[in-house]
Design a protein around this ligand. Structure first.
Ligand SMILES: [Zn+2]
Length: 411
């Protein structure tokens, strides 16, 4: 018995030792805070960033020369739809080759309310990247109202939905998601969403929403999202912000003005954009959205989702919008992929390169990085990402997956 215990102990130590202790040297560091890039080194030890800046590696330390490459925090995708496919695709190659090190699942009202039950399998068999989840408005609505959902909920039903939201938050959901332009979420009233967001607020979550109408009524829909945030006193994330009909194309200034006005009045509202025109948005609008200080980048795709953002969203921004079109500086683009989304859901030790932070790190070639996915070939992987570390373990090496699965189910 005793020998077996000791043996298990050794195996556990060996497993955790997969995290690399090394120093990335000569890289161009962009730390996710908007600070200008600098040449320096990053020491990774025990899954954390132990030191960053100008220092010499110690004698005998493993060194990886990343001269000419950008070293940045791993990308945090706030709107990732891998929830239905990741359990059977733990390697998540189309995600790690984009540099995504944390995928936040459960958007569009679809997230589970039984969060612990959803997360447990990933504790036992971890994926290559970290995951987190929202609880879905549509899910709790379906659970309480069943087939009789094509109406406003009663006070009692709202109460019971609130109980499910509460238990999901206790089990580690990062907030509440909704999708109001489609069934079943579309039957949810503003009042219902405020009630549920108030329950969520007690646990510090974020309300993320695909708004009710992205066409003619887009401004009213943005206002509704802001009103929910104001009334429930919660941060609001407008998911996949867009102008989804040609009749409203060009109205980005009006939409963004609503966000600015709400922020000035103290409502913490922000948005993320899907960096393609395929969702009925013209190129100029995509650019304008992506340039706004409170708009970040998200894939609105993921494993098993047939659209180009699934395999290419982040490299597309780095290739098209930063390198080719010069719509964004690299520092600003990285901020929109790292520190900003991390702050939206309260991830304190991810999204920046700083001493003590978890070692989720991407290393890429700024001249080579680009997306390859298209509507016809949505899963074609991106190129240019050279090394990716998740919790200090290398999951991509010289552009190739290592097969390691150091991701954590965050809650
Ligand atoms: Zn979505």
């Amino acid at each position: 018995m005793r020998r077996a215990t000791i043996f298990i102990g050794i195996v556990l130590i060996a497993t955790s030792a997969l995290a690399e202790d090394l120093v990335l040297v000569n890289g161009t560091v962009i730390d996710g805070t908007l600070k200008a890039r600098f040449q320096g080194n990053v020491r990774v030890r025990n899954g954390k960033i132990a030191e960053i800046g100008i220092f010499k590696p110690a004698a005998g330390e493993t060194v990886l020369d990343v001269k000419g490459l950008i070293v940045a925090p791993g990308f945090i995708d706030l709107h990732n739809h891998s929830e239905n496919a990741i359990e059977k695709n733990l390697g998540a190659i189309s995600q790690i080759t984009q540099g995504i090190t944390t995928a936040v699942l459960g958007s569009d009202g679809s997230g589970p309310y039984a969060v612990e039950e959803f997360m447990l399998p990933f504790d036992e068999k971890p994926p290559a990247l970290n995951i987190a989840t929202f609880v879905g408005h549509g899910t709790v609505r379906h659970q309480i109202m069943g087939a009789d959902y094509k109406r406003a909920a009663t006070a009692d039903e709202m109460n019971r939905m609130g109980q499910l939201v509460e238990s999901a938050m206790r089990e580690g959901a990062f907030g509440l998601s909704s999708r109001l332009d489609r069934e079943p979420g579309s039957y949810g009233t503003t009042e219902e969403l405020i009630a549920l967001a108030k329950v969520m607020a007690r646990y510090g979550g974020t309300y993320i929403t695909h708004v009710r109408d992205e066409g003619a009524k887009v401004i009213d829909s943005i206002k509704e999202a802001i009103e929910i945030g104001r009334a429930a006193k919660v941060p609001v994330q407008i998911a996949s912000i867009k102008l989804g009909a040609d009749t409203v194309w060009g109205k980005t200034p009006q939409v963004l003005a609503e966000i600015d006005r709400a922020r000035m009045l103290g409502v913490d509202v922000a948005a993320d954009v899907y960096p393609y025109t395929e969702a009925n948005l013209n190129e100029k609008d995509v650019r304008s959205f992506s340039q706004h200080a409170w708009v970040m980048i998200a894939s609105d795709g993921g494993l098993g989702v047939e659209r180009p953002g699934s395999a290419g969203a982040f490299p597309r921004v780095l290739g098209q919008y930063v390198r080719e079109q010069k719509v964004l500086t690299l520092e600003r683009a990285i901020r929109k992929m790292t520190g900003l989304p991390a702050s939206r859901i309260g991830l304190k030790e991810r999204g920046v390169l700083a001493k003590g932070a978890s070692a989720d790190i991407v290393v890429f070639d700024p001249l080579q990085i680009r997306d390859n996915s298209t509507p016809q070939d949505p899963f074609a992987v991106s190129v240019g990402m050279r090394y990716v570390f998740v919790n200090g373990t290398m999951v991509l090496k010289d552009g190739q997956p290592t097969g390691e699965r150091p991701g954590r189910a965050l809650r």
